[in-house]
Design a protein around this ligand. Structure first.
Ligand code: SAM
Length: 271
């Protein structure tokens, strides 16, 4: 994701969205469950060990943190998120004595080297500024043989929204996402790729406003520095809505397409 995005804005936006997030997170639910389906077989061998440490990286409201504890009740769980508001919300909803809550940046993990067996991270790393740094931190924090399951968005995501706005004023109204080929070049050499899947997801809406409300409710509205502030006057919004209508399908619904990447990375064993 663009380095113009300020981490403070990301943290602030997600903190403010903590209360509304779960009601608008259909895509995030679908993707997280898919990531568990793809990835848990890869985790099986490590998770049988005693005293396993797992981390939900960019844990949000903790929905998948809870799923992880249901799958692995014996493991120690770290929930890490850059948004304090998300962590507080998750803690109030799902808190248990055994969970360790960390308000921190995924690009600077406050964890000892080689301390984590299993990292799960769904739809969070697209908010990072420096993927090389992120993957380097994942490689540092993982124990040899440990794995990271990651999902993230590709540039085909919200294409209809991006194109409909581009025809209005050519400004940046939608967050930009890196293609898989670029992401792959950023993966730290200590990590090997065990799984790399690309999958399309589509949500359908009766009204465009339901889509824009969902995006706002999860805290993921446009945070690029080049966004068009104050330009979304009534005329432009009307034009934007008209442009989006060309995508209306035979079933009467408006689509919102997402290109999602699923990765399983393993830290190589030493020696
Ligand atoms: C779309 S939500 C996904 C939450 C959760 N994983 C889920 O699937 O519901 C993205 C989360 O990543 C967090 N996040 C964004 N950038 C981050 C960073 N650099 N370090 C840690 N967390 C970050 C946000 O605060 C937010 O809670």
């Amino acid at each position: 994701m663009s380095s113009q995005i300020s981490k403070l804005r990301v943290a602030d936006s997600f903190s403010k969205a903590a209360n509304s997030y779960d009601g608008s997170a259909q895509l995030q639910r679908d993707v997280g469950h898919q990531l568990l389906d793809f990835g848990l077989p890869h985790a099986a061998s490590i998770m049988q060990h005693e005293n396993v440490n797992m981390m939900d990286l960019g844990s949000g409201t903790g929905y998948f943190s809870q799923k992880l504890t249901e799958h692995y009740p014996q493991a120690n769980l770290y929930c890490l998120d850059i948004a304090q508001g998300m962590l507080e919300h998750a803690r109030a909803l799902r808190g248990s004595e055994s969970i360790k809550w960390l308000c921190a940046d995924a690009e600077a993990l406050p964890l000892a080297s080689q301390s984590i067996d299993f990292i799960f991270s769904s739809l969070a790393i697209q908010w990072c500024e420096n993927l090389n740094q992120l993957f380097s931190e994942i490689a540092r924090a993982l124990k040899p043989g440990g794995i990271a399951l990651l999902s993230t968005l590709g540039p085909g995501s919200l294409q209809e929204l991006r194109d409909s706005w581009a025809m209005v004023d050519g400004k940046v109204h939608v967050n930009q996402f890196e293609p898989l080929s670029d992401i792959m070049t950023r993966i730290d050499p200590r990590l090997s790729v065990e799984l790399c899947e690309k999958k399309s997801h589509k949500l359908e809406y009766n009204k465009l406003q339901q889509l824009t409300t969902d995006i706002k409710n999860i805290g993921a509205h446009n945070m690029n520095a080049g966004e068009a502030k104050g330009l979304t006057g009534r005329v432009k919004v009307k034009q934007f809505k008209q442009n989006y209508e060309v995508y209306r399908q035979e079933n009467g619904k408006l689509p919102a397409s997402y290109e999602v990447y699923y990765l399983c990375l393993r830290k190589e064993k030493e020696g």
